[in-house]
Design a protein. Structure first.
Length: 438
């Protein structure tokens, strides 16, 4: 990928209708990007089906949901869930009686982790066990799903799986330094990626974030063939991240959050969509903007790219509704702090030589630097202090808007997708939101 491929205009197509089936390939936890797609599927009258990652028992063994857990999950989804555990990754897998990768990490400390070595032959055996387990579970899910999608109907498979960090104490301390540390507490993300711990995490990211999309596409091949033979159509979507165009100097320019540790896995996800597309499968990765979620809050500074959305809403003719969003953001700031002064800080941040150096699409994902941490984390802290409360931030308002805009964009574009990889930048998000609120 030599340059981003942006979706510039709001798509209007819709092949989906009552009787078609929307499949959420990943469990719904709280509020996130997936909610927007589910809302669109519900509006179209589609039947909604979900899956579960399952749960771990006291011995870390994977199990299906209990009746109570299943009822709660189905109420949250607003549809039926196929109760086969689809936990991705291999960090807790191993041949019977042998240690898991997480077990191997247990003795790592903040002093030793950069020098600690892993047994890669054993890690590969664990990976094979995890991949087989997942693919076998996908086969069971598809067998059950097959009877739920009638001949001649359309199906939309929405992949939402991401992550893959093993649950070990040492990583929490490392992450706090990489993503939140500056000055003496700064730690290079490059140091993590050069270590055996980092290499294992990257392997697990590949399995969770990217390879699960491949398993979904391959695992649903028989369903796809059956539906297409009867005149139906099948679509696949996945959530990517590969930087976003935002307004800088009144022009939409690509920028990114650094360091985005899952970057290489997200590029692998893009390649899977490109390969599927070549085989005639309409699979599209949508690279979405930076937002604040429960899982992204560890990445201090990821939210700074959100603020220029306010200017995009006005630039794309948002009128009175755009003014109302500006006012909602003003309302959460302390007296004496203006939204205009906040945006000036963002302008200065984006104009800094340090940030310009990271606006390099071909070099993405780049490791962080001490200078970057100082500018990014420092700016984030300054802006957070301008608010009345840490529990009500401008970025909460803007994150909700991005979630609201991406759902219909992805849903309608997937009816007649232009490419296997598309960027949803601030311009088209603003156009979508403005069109919804005229």
């Amino acid at each position: 990928m030599k340059a981003p491929i942006p979706l510039r205009e709001v798509p209007q197509s819709n092949i989906f209708r009552k009787g078609d089936v929307f499949v959420l390939f990943g469990e719904l936890f709280g509020r996130g990007y997936a909610n927007g797609l589910i809302n669109e599927a519900r509006k179209a009258g589609m039947t909604i089906v979900g899956v579960t990652v399952g749960r771990r028992d006291e011995n870390n063994a994977l199990r299906a949901l209990t009746a109570e857990e299943l009822a709660t999950a189905e109420a949250n989804l607003g549809g039926r869930i196929i109760n086969v555990p689809l936990m991705a990754g291999f960090d807790l897998d191993a041949p019977a009686g042998e240690p898991t990768p997480t077990d191997l990490l247990a003795d790592m400390t903040l002093k030793s982790w950069q020098d600690d070595k892993l047994d890669w032959a054993h890690i590969e055996k664990c990976r094979a066990v995890g991949v087989k387990r997942f693919k076998d579970s996908v086969a069971r899910v598809m067998s059950e799903l097959d009877g739920m999608i009638p001949d001649g109907s359309n199906a939309f498979f929405a992949h939402t799986m991401a992550g893959g960090i093993p649950k070990v104490k040492v990583f929490l301390a490392i992450a706090n330094r990489i993503y939140k540390g500056r000055g003496e507490r700064f730690l290079s993300s490059g140091a993590l990626l050069d270590s055996d711990l980092g290499k294992l995490i990257m392997m697990n990211f590949d399995e969770v974030t990217a390879n699960t999309f491949q398993h979904l596409i391959e695992g649903s091949a028989a369903i796809r063939a059956r539906l297409e033979k009867a005149g139906g159509q099948v679509r696949y979507s996945a959530y990517g991240y590969h930087g976003t165009e935002i307004l800088i100097d009144d022009r939409y320019q690509w920028q990114t959050y650094t360091n985005y540790t899952q970057g290489k896995a997200k590029m692998r996800l893009e390649r899977i969509a490109e390969d599927a597309w070549k085989q005639g499968v309409k699979a599209t990765v949508y690279n979405c903007p930076e937002i604040r979620t429960n899982s992204s809050d560890i990445f201090v500074g990821v939210e700074l790219s959100l603020f220029p959305l306010l200017k995009a809403l006005k630039k794309e003719q948002g009128g009175a509704w755009a003014e109302a969003q500006w006012q909602a953001c003003r309302d959460v700031l302390q007296e004496g702090h203006t939204l205009e002064s906040l945006l000036q800080k963002i302008d200065a941040y984006n104009a800094s030589d340090v940030m310009k150096g990271f606006r390099n699409f071909e070099a993405w994902p780049m490791p962080n630097s001490a200078e970057l941490a100082e500018v990014m984390i420092g700016t984030s802290d300054e802006i957070t202090k301008m608010h009345k409360s840490r529990d009500a931030l401008v970025t909460d308002v803007l994150s909700s808007l991005v979630l609201e805009g991406t759902g219909p964009l992805m849903f309608h574009e997937s009816s007649d997708p232009a490419a296997p990889v598309l960027w949803l930048n601030h311009d088209v998000i603003a156009k979508q939101l403005n069109s919804m609120h005229r």
